[in-house]
Design a protein around this ligand. Structure first.
Ligand code: FAD
Length: 598
């Protein structure tokens, strides 16, 4: 199993040098988030994730969770690690002071979540889901609900879930059958069965707060008749004290490809007591609070997996001696050269490195936008941040999860046969990270959300602010010869992004299937250009540092070289996606469903 080391230097580069978090926090009134405080928290988080969370990753995979008669036991070490997580105050970090939180910025929590997920994807999901549950209750719950549920969730002694999926409905939530009937005391009685509920039952916390979608009898069919409920495992008195057991039970857990240490549960509601959140039939609107937070969390999982795999592969590639370099011996004292000298191994390592660091920069930017939506007073600035988040969230979720899967596979390949052997831990990363392409809306669904609903739905308006940013950056660096190649490429690709949008929009007027035919390629095109923008920005910061200081030269030079690799070897993938989009949908639909055969 590769030893995880939190990439603190790079995290700080993104937060402090690229995104000026100090200034950003002060402007938003996060007065406690001084540079010293941020440094201290990051280094404590690094210690915690390296020393407590990472060491139980492999055993968690091997043992998995165990279900017996409705009770779920997590693998060895998980309970103790979760207790340490709560005792260390980690769940409270970015939560509201009003409910016992520390009120620190969400973006700081985002950096810590990356470390948690890279150290142990399964473990990180338990608090990750609580985060979404808290965001939903805080945004849409009544004062009483907040008082009842928030303090314990914030403290971490209770955890949360998100209960959407049913056996016959995953993507198409409008088909849900779980029923919620109003009772005499104003609460609801929920009946139905949910599947695939992450952290639905476990032994880490005293109570589990399920956020559940259900239909109230008489509500419209489809997605217009969905309401949202809080359904606790144990009922909760008005003052937040745990009472009797609610009629919620775990029918079984799934045996699956990865994230074995995170319990994926069938959760049955048998006239369970639930409390409406938000308005009747507006459940999906409220649920989007949960889903948007969760989608960024999943994007982060892809980046975290890439980082973890890169670390394992890099150590191996420096150590493993095989064959001589074709351009001359590099290790004359040894029987062969280390495999890191071979260009193809470098192709894979640099793909991992450039995706991990590029993804981190994109996510750092997005989590600062989340800070703005929480703490900014100026409504216009909040609206602007929301527009950018709406555009970039599906891109980040789908791109970074798909690339996480690709990059963890490179991790296996770099280790050769050893990568295929469980002991090395590289194959676990592939198995664990595949789910990120599926849950919280598959890649296909993210792509439709981006192209159909957001971009074409707004007639391209949602793209403008981000395109303006790219244009302004290109202009700012127009006279800088060191940046010339990046700026030229960025300008051309962003222009092509807009042209592709117009072309698909035009074609879709005569055949609506053109949208679905183009959508995933469109998202990947957009994603590679988005990462190129962040790589160009990082290169500009690194150039500047090298010009003005003698400190950390190797780090900044590596940044520039990795940016060059990204522009030369990764960004051109966008051309393939553009060609596929231009190829249109006809060849996909020509074969009739009944003529598909094997
Ligand atoms: C380990 C695990 C954990 C999970 N955790 C949770 C959880 O905590 N809470 C929860 O509620 N759910 C959870 N899920 C469920 C997950 O969110 C769903 O599996 C996912 O949304 C896809 O739904 P589905 O499996 O029913 O696939 P389907 O909806 O049947 O989709 C199958 C395929 O068809 C494609 N497809 C469907 N419709 C379209 C369309 N209109 N256009 C293009 N392609 C389409 C999809 O992209 C996909 O490739 C989890 C699942 C797993 C496996």
């Amino acid at each position: 199993m590769p030893d995880y080391r939190a990439p603190i230097r790079d995290i700080k580069f993104v937060m402090q040098e690229l995104l000026n978090c100090d200034q950003h926090y002060q402007a938003l009134g996060y007065s406690d988030a001084s540079e010293d405080m941020v440094d201290a928290i990051l280094s404590e988080a690094a210690k915690f994730t390296e020393q407590v969370i990472a060491p139980i990753n492999q055993i968690g995979d091997q043992q998995g969770c165990i279900w017996s008669d409705g009770v779920v036991t997590t693998p060895d070490g998980f309970k103790d690690a979760y207790k340490q997580y709560v005792d260390g105050g980690w769940p409270t970090l970015s939560q509201s002071v009003e409910f016992g939180g520390q009120g620190l910025p969400h973006s700081l929590n985002g950096a810590i979540s990356e470390m948690m997920s890279a150290a142990n994807h399964s473990f990180a999901m338990y608090p990750g889901l609580s985060h979404g549950a808290m965001a939903t209750i805080e945004a849409h719950g009544t004062d009483k609900q907040k008082q009842q549920f928030m303090p314990k969730l914030v403290e971490g002694s209770w955890t949360g879930t998100m209960c959407l999926t049913e056996a016959h409905c995953g993507t198409d939530l409008g088909m849900l059958r779980t029923k919620a009937e109003l009772t005499d005391d104003g609460s609801y009685s929920l009946t139905g069965s949910k599947i695939f509920i992450s952290a639905g039952e476990h032994d880490l916390s005293d109570n589990i707060v399920h956020i559940v979608i259900a239909r109230i009898p008489g509500s419209p069919e489809g997605s217009k008749g969905i309401s949202l409920f809080i359904v606790p495992k144990f009922n909760v008195k008005d003052d937040g004290i745990i009472a009797d057991r609610n009629a919620v039970s775990c029918g079984s857990i799934e045996h699956k490809m990865g994230i074995n240490a995170n319990a994926t549960c069938v959760i049955n509601f048998d006239n369970a007591k639930g409390y409406l959140i938000g308005e009747v039939n507006y459940g999906l609107n409220c649920m989007f609070t949960f889903m948007n937070a969760a989608r960024l969390g999943v994007a982060l999982e892809g980046t975290a997996a890439t980082e973890a795999s890169f670390q394992g592969a890099l150590a191996y590639a420096k150590d493993r001696l095989q064959m001589r370099s074709i351009s001359g011996v590099k290790n004359p004292g040894g029987p062969a050269d280390p495999i890191i000298v071979h260009p193809d191994v470098r192709r894979m390592l640099l793909t991992q490195k450039s995706i991990a660091e590029g993804g981190r920069a994109l996510l750092g930017y997005l989590s600062q936008l989340v800070d703005v939506t929480h703490a900014e007073k100026d409504a216009a600035k909040v609206a602007d941040a929301e527009t950018r988040l709406a555009l970039l969230t599906p891109i980040a979720k789908a791109l970074l999860s798909e690339l996480g899967f690709e990059c963890t596979s490179h991790g296996i390949q770099i280790l050769g046969g050893h990568g295929f052997i469980k002991e090395w831990g590289m194959e676990q990363l592939v198995r664990d990270t595949k789910i990120s392409c599926i849950y919280e809306g598959t890649t296909g669904i993210q792509a439709l959300d981006l192209l159909a609903r957001k971009i074409l739905g707004s007639k391209g308006a949602i793209l403008r602010p981000f395109m303006t940013d790219i244009g302004a950056f290109c202009q700012q660096h127009a006279g800088n010869p060191e940046m010339a190649e990046h700026i030229q490429a960025l300008g051309a690709y962003s222009q092509q992004w807009q042209e592709l949008t117009a072309d698909v929009g035009k074609k879709a007027m005569s055949n609506a299937d053109e949208i679905g035919g183009a959508s995933v390629d469109y998202l990947m095109f957009a994603g590679y250009v988005t990462l190129a923008y962040f790589w160009a920005r990082m290169a500009a910061v690194a150039e500047d540092k090298l010009k003005n200081s003698d400190e950390d030269k190797a780090f900044y030079q590596a940044k520039i070289k990795t940016a060059n690799f990204y522009f030369k070897r990764i960004l051109p993938r966008a051309k393939g996606h553009a060609a596929c989009i231009e190829g249109g949908v006809d060849s996909m639909m020509a074969l009739a469903s009944e003529d598909f055969a094997f």
